[in-house]
Design a protein around this ligand. Structure first.
Ligand SMILES: [Zn+2]
Length: 362
């Protein structure tokens, strides 16, 4: 059975179609852009396998088997050795790129985390401009900062967008997660498979969901209650980010130790790495809050659906309908403003106050 073919890449039909169409006659460099957890890396590995297989990725030949076990000698994966992709890392990639393929008709050089090469990128430029005819570069990047625009202009871009929740759910179900839990996690994943897998392993995820769901029934019209609830939700978000923060700190400590053992006084490229960590943590927080707002909105939508059923007196409570409808709109507006609002606590408190006033009016 194939383990790294294109059939493993779900929900990225355009990217996969572009790659499949390129197998027979590839250009010398492809830039895979898009968020982590979008299937970007899986797609790059499937493409690499197809490029190394004489039949374009049959899944059964020796080349495909070697690719599937990450042991094909002509698939070279370049990862950063320190905080960032250093000039040395990229020089190593450039040197490897000059090599003749050992077993296949060509070789594939896959470089990860190119967004961490903002200073070193020029070291790769010359090779990208005059590449050996038997080498294909696959470059993976979260985004294209200004320093990488020149590199990007030498590549065919293969864009990836966040996955649809149904696609994330299919991945999780294939991993043995039960369908209902898979759907719940997928809805909170923000289309990011990495985040979904973090949530699978996060024992407090269920409690956070419940906390967001409890908001409508806990709001009582008092400002103090809304403020306390906002603080509680922010504290839960802090707790959710804590494992990622700890992993980042551990990585930094390990790299610093390695650098010191090599006689460096400090970790080269430290600031670029801590910046990247901070960006990842901010993204995670924003995903968390956005997912929470989604849960809150669905809670109101459920109340709305229930109030459309006539009650015991045969009447639909119009005030419930209006209140829920306005609440849903208020949450949409808050989610949109979230990005531009530096103080999470302030906008969340403002939203909860608004929801509280609505419930009082109903
Ligand atoms: Zn094959």
């Amino acid at each position: 059975m194939s383990t790294s073919g294109f059939d493993q890449v779900l929900g990225q039909d355009e990217a996969v179609a572009l790659l499949k169409a390129s197998v027979a006659n590839p250009v010398h460099a492809y830039l895979f852009t898009g968020p982590r957890g979008s299937g970007r890396r899986l797609a790059a590995l499937a493409f690499a396998r197809a490029l190394l297989c004489p039949q374009g990725g049959c899944g059964t030949c020796r080349h495909c088997q070697l690719s599937d076990t990450s042991s094909h000698p002509d698939l070279v994966v370049v990862r950063r050795t320190g905080a960032t992709l250093s000039v040395e890392d990229l020089r190593r990639a450039a040197t490897l790129a000059q090599r003749r393929p050992l077993e296949a008709a060509r070789q594939v050089v896959l470089i990860e985390d190119l967004h961490l090469a903002t200073r070193s990128a020029p070291a790769l430029l010359k090779t990208l401009e005059e590449p050996p005819p038997t080498t294909v570069f696959l470059l993976l990047t979260d985004d294209v900062p200004p320093e990488l625009v020149t590199i990007a202009s030498r590549c065919v871009e293969v864009p990836f967008s966040p996955l649809r929740p149904s696609v994330v759910a299919s991945y999780l179900e294939a991993d043995g997660i039960d369908p209902e839990r898979a759907r719940t996690i997928a809805r909170s994943s923000g289309g990011n498979l990495d985040r979904a897998q973090l949530l699978v392993a996060d024992p407090s995820f269920g409690a956070r969901l419940e906390l967001w769901r409890s908001v409508p029934r806990r709001l009582d019209g008092y400002g103090a209650t809304a403020a306390a609830l906002a603080r509680e939700l922010i504290a839960a978000t802090d707790a959710a980010v804590a494992p990622m923060k700890a992993a980042h700190e551990a990585e930094l400590a390990r790299l610093t130790e390695e650098a010191e053992a090599m006689g460096e006084r400090s970790l080269p490229g430290k600031k670029d790495l801590t910046d990247a960590h901070a960006r990842a943590e901010r993204r995670f927080r924003a995903d968390e809050l956005r997912a929470g707002l989604g849960v809150l909105q669905r809670t109101y939508a459920n109340v709305l659906a229930e109030s459309l059923e006539p009650g015991p007196g045969g009447l639909v409570r119009v005030e419930d309908l209006r209140h829920c409808d306005q609440a849903i709109t208020a949450i949409t507006t808050a989610a949109r403003k979230m990005r531009h609002n530096p103080s999470e606590l302030l906008w969340l408190e403002a939203l909860l106050l608004e929801l509280s006033a609505l419930s009082l009016a109903a």
